[in-house]
Design a protein around this ligand. Sequence first.
Ligand SMILES: *Cc1c(COP(=O)(O)O)cnc(C)c1O
Length: 385
Amino acid sequence: MGDLALEMEKSVTYLTPLLEIALKKLTDEFNQFIADPIEVEKLSLLLNDFAGRETALYEAKNLSKLYNGKIYLKREDLVHGGAHKLNNAIAQCSLAKYMGIKNVIAETGAGQHGVATAMACANLKLSLQVFQGEIDVQRQQLNATRMKLFGAQLIPVTDGSKKLKEAVNAAMRYWVANYQDHFYCLGSIVGPHPYPFIVRYFQKIIGIETKKQILEKTSLLPSAIFACVGGGSNAAGIFSPFINEQSVQLIGCEAAGAASLTQGTMGVLHGMETFILQTEERQIAETHSISAGLDYPAVGPWLAGLKQENRLQTLAISDEECIQSVKELALEEGILCALESAHAVAGAKKYLAKNPGKTIVICLSGRGDKDLDTISNFRKKSECI
Ligand SMILES: *Cc1c(COP(=O)(O)O)cnc(C)c1O
């Protein structure tokens, strides 16, 4: 199981020879890094004492009553910075340091990966340049301010639609020209091999902890695990250790307006072959989601492979369903989750309506403080109608 998924993850297309050299070097150094007991120990200390692991697996008793199941929340919202992204950023930046590289670059959409990488670089004393679409810089002022406080240099990207897709292109172009002394810290399980593999490897800690915790608490594996899917890193992180547990359903919850697993077709973007939302003329389609973190027209090839093998099921969640779940979780449990994570909560609600009483785990990928404006504006908009 997962063979096709692994093959998909490694399919590399559309690469310039220079990029291939850079990726080969990265692969070799990564393999040495994860086999080095001293480095592994240093990283584990950072994950514990800087990032705040392990995160709790919380039994949400009130939400369980409302949704008619037994719900456990994997609390990645409690990771330093407010989301799972630091797991990957601190690990990749540690790898950069191990490689003797002092300059890091990163792309960011809403700014969450930029902030996580900026925190990691400040901590490890590395310099950082963050590529962000000009439109995203303007609408995510809070994160821009944060990144600057952590010492990062922000580079607004003015090509095309001036959003995440162009920011990734700009970061890759810059990296190809400067890979000798720059490390590219990529934010999700996307891009050319080995990036999807590396990011999944570093996010797997979510699932490893979850498996241990759920067995301690219930002595059983859950019936299903839910995670939201943007590029797919929190989903791949929590799913990975359960891939061979056939009794556990894996359910990826996408934004209805950016549902590349549910509606995408095979294509090539950002050096990977995967499901992409594209028009009949094979142009990348415009996506929409209320949550910036899910607003990406493609998905990690590993998840695309699992979907093709029928190991992964998907649910598409509307903006309304997302907002409703944010509010229900807040009212029932006193937890304000990110809009992204609320897609997984909404997916679980749908599942439990059809499968009452089941024990399930939801990956709560991040906290919702960053989304307060969006949540209150959404309410006003719907009240006007
Ligand atoms: C960035 C982000 C996501 C989406 O990224 P994945 O790679 O799909 O995990 C989900 N949740 C939060 C809180 C995020 O910040």
